[in-house]
Design a protein. Structure first.
Length: 93
């Protein structure tokens, strides 16, 4: 994934209680640990009117519903650059 310009967490009561209350510090810690925090601002918003799909997070306006626990870990891992030695070899390499 290309690093988004912003990540927005819904901090409405439904998304907060569904997981964004825990997701916010997890995301902050992840970004800081990997040196991404100066490049990827986090924003909060009020209810985005898709409460039943929460906890809701938007990456550059793209809704990523239900991100918590393993799904959040996978999303955060996708933000990291792929190490050069982990690229899939081509058939002729
Ligand atoms: S509280 Fe998050 S979409 Fe409604």
């Amino acid at each position: 994934m290309t690093l988004p310009k912003t990540i927005t967490l819904c901090m409405g009561s439904s998304c907060f209680s569904r997981g964004n209350g825990r997701n916010l510090p997890r995301i902050q810690q992840f970004l800081k640990r990997h040196g991404l925090d100066p490049h990827l601002p986090l924003k909060g918003c009020r209810c985005g009117s898709v409460c039943t799909r929460g906890p809701n997070i938007w990456a550059d306006g793209l809704l990523l519903p239900g991100l918590s626990d393993a799904a959040l870990d996978a999303f955060l891992a996708s933000l990291l650059p792929v190490p050069p030695n982990s690229q899939v070899p081509t058939p002729n390499s």
